[in-house]
Write a protein that binds this ligand. Structure first.
Ligand SMILES: CSC[C@H]1O[C@H](OP(=O)(O)O)[C@H](O)[C@@H]1O
Length: 352
């Protein structure tokens, strides 16, 4: 149900059992761990055993679906109160990706409007999120591939972080465009300090047998200077504001700057679940800051002098003026002539 390649199923759901691929162990070990309830779901998200804006929302929703499925018959009122309390707890797992908050708001509405069993209504809604994400990603892949091809045939692209099947329910967003496009070559960044690129995107591209080269985050400007056939940088998103400002993995902003300087397209791939139409601009995004140890330790030991301090923001915000196009499942959106910002509330057709 989740995606075409079983090696790349980040999330496995067969009611009432949820298992996730422990991404802290990749690429050395392919280990699936069972998530039996919302406490385990919160832990898996906070520790980044599972990560990626869409995947975070889906694992949160399904972790509570697993819990609810095992609770047996209960009063609808009590079940609704339990579900809402646990959804509020899951909200505290990570602050930046809007997908989690969007999913929780939708699930609370399902509980409020349930006609029969609240538990059944909740579990069905959580299951539908898994299926919808794959559908959306396939559409993003189609729209995005066509857009990149319009920039010139047989061109190479560069991507950042991991936005593939390991960050979603399957196929992926920016890496979903790469999967659909199948460019002659893909460059991907390490994406320090968690190394989503080196460990996860590299793993996906090797499994899919797409020709690719890993580069350090710091090598991208030199690479664009050296290789004019890299036609676009394609990245994912954790939260896109109404004006197009985009919060994404740390390092994205400087990729957008160098893309602009080297006159290459800078493309954001974002399902509607990553677009926050209630946020007018990027200034309002809460950027998660993670532990210094994610930078100062590696392989279980300190790799810097004792006493080193580190700043470890997990995301940055790229201004809309640096973004050439925003690819969603509903189409590709560009800024109007002479405009430095988008108006996604009017540009993107709303769900009927
Ligand atoms: C389609 S994944 C979107 C987004 O999530 C990643 O962050 P993290 O690995 O910390 O969860 C990265 O920012 C991706 O671009």
């Amino acid at each position: 149900m989740n995606n075409t390649n079983s090696k790349l199923q980040a999330i496995r759901w067969s009611r009432p059992k949820l298992t996730i691929l422990n991404q802290l162990e990749l690429p050395h070990k392919t280990e699936y761990i069972e998530i039996a309830d919302s406490t385990a779901g919160h832990y898996a998200i906070t520790t980044m055993q599972t990560r990626g804006a869409p995947a975070i929302a889906i694992v949160a929703a399904l972790s509570l679906a697993a819990e609810v499925s095992m609770m047996g018959p209960s009063d609808n009122g009590e079940m609704a109160m339990h579900i809402n309390t646990r959804l509020d707890y899951l909200k505290t797992s990570r602050p930046t990706a809007v997908n989690l908050f969007d999913a929780i708001a939708k699930l609370k509405r399902v509980v409020r409007e349930a006609q029969g069993s609240v538990a059944e209504a909740y579990v069905c809604a959580a299951e539908q999120m898994l299926e919808a994400d794959i559908r959306d990603n396939k559409m993003i892949g189609e729209h995005g591939a066509r857009f990149i091809q319009s920039l010139g045939t047989g061109k190479k692209v560069l991507t950042h972080c991991n936005t593939g099947a390991l960050a979603t329910a399957g196929h992926g967003t920016a890496l979903g465009i790469v999967r659909t496009l199948k460019p002659p070559h893909v460059f991907y960044t390490e994406t320090r300090p968690y190394n989503q690129g080196a460990r996860l995107t590299g793993y996906e591209l090797l499994v899919e047998q797409i020709p690719a080269t890993l580069v350090c985050d710091s090598a991208v400007s030199a690479l664009l200077q050296r290789d004019p056939t890299i036609v676009a940088i394609v990245v994912g998103a954790d939260r896109v504001a109404r004006n197009g400002d985009t919060a994404n993995k740390i390092g994205t902003y400087q990729l957008a700057i160098t893309a602009k300087y080297h006159n290459r397209a800078f493309v954001v791939a974002a399902p509607m679940t990553s677009i926050d139409l209630e946020l007018s601009e990027g200034k309002g995004v809460v950027v998660e800051e993670r532990s210094e140890e994610e930078i100062t330790w590696a392989g279980g030991r300190r790799v810097v002098p004792e006493g080193t301090r580190a700043w470890n923001p997990s995301f940055d915000v790229t201004p809309a003026c640096l973004i050439s196009a925003i690819v969603t499942e509903r189409g590709v959106f560009t800024k109007n002539e002479g405009e430095d910002v988008y108006d996604l509330a009017t540009q993107v057709p709303q769900e009927n």
